[in-house]
Design a protein around this ligand. Sequence first.
Ligand code: IPE
Ligand code: IPE
Ligand code: MG
Length: 263
Amino acid sequence: MSENTIDYQSLNIPPAPFSDPSIIPDFPKNKVPRHVGLIMDGNGRWAQKRGLVRTEGHKAAEPVVVDVIAAAIEAGVRYLSLYTFSTENWRRSPREVRFLMGFSRDIIHRRLQQLNEWGVRVRWSGRSPRLWRSVIEELDHAQELTKNNTTIDVVFCINYGGRAEIADAAAALSRDVEAGVVSPDSIDEKTFARYLYNPDIPDCDLVIRTSGEHRTSNFLLWEAAYAEYDIVPEMFPDYGRQAFWRSIDHYINRDRRFGGVTK
Ligand code: IPE
Ligand code: IPE
Ligand code: MG
C-alpha cells in the first residue's frame, strides 16, 4: 500500500461510494424512494447472542451506518433519516444511555470528514432538552460544515420521537396563532407540516426496520403516514450495503396507491 493511500480496512470505513459501478443495481431513477427512514434495531441482541455486552453491538453498528449511507448515495436516495436515539431510549440503564450519548457524538465526529467528502449534508431531528450539550455542539458543527452539500441529506434522529415532534409543532404553531401570524381557520395539513423539525424534507417513502420487529416505535409518525415498510430479519450490525439495495428493490416493486386505484 502506498504512503498516501488510506487503509480503509483498518479504519473500518468503506471506500468512497463511487468505486465500482458494475456492482450497483441499475435502479430506475424515477422509482427510487426520495426519502428513506431506517430504524437501526437489534444491536443489543446481536451482542448478547455472542456473549458480549449490549454496547459492543452499538460499536459493531458504526461501520454499518457508514456503509448504508454509501449504499443510499449509490442508489440515488436524496434523504436518509437514521433513528439513532429515541425519546423513549432514556428508559435504558444509565450506563447504556451514557454510552449511546457519547457514542452518537463520537461517530459524527469520527466520520464527518468522510461524509463531507461524499457530499453529505448532515442534519439533526429531535428535541434539545435532556440531550447532552456535547452532542448538540457536534451536530451544530457538522450541520454548519456540510450545509452546502447536495448529494444526500443524512438526518440523525437523536432524542427524536414522532409524538414529541408533533407536540412541539403544535406548540410552535400555537405561539404563531397567539401572535396573530396564523389564523386558526387557515390551518390545514400543509400549514401544520411547516412546524415540523425539518419542514423542507419531503414525506418519507420507505421505512426500513432491522431485527424483524413489526412496530414504528414512534418514528416519523407524521412524515411516514403513507410510507412503505420493509421489515428485515437481520440485526442491524448484520445489515449493510447489499441488504439496503434489497430493501430499495422491494420498495420499487410495491404498488403505492395512496388510497386510490392504480389498475
Ligand atoms: C438499536 O439496537 C439501537 C438503539 C435503540 C439505540 P437496540 O439497542 O435496540 O438493540 P435490541 O433491539 O435491544 O437488540
Ligand atoms: C427504536 O428501537 C429506536 C431506535 C432504533 C433508535 P428500540 O429498540 O428503542 O424500540 P423498541 O423498544 O423495540 O420499541
Ligand atoms: Mg431495540
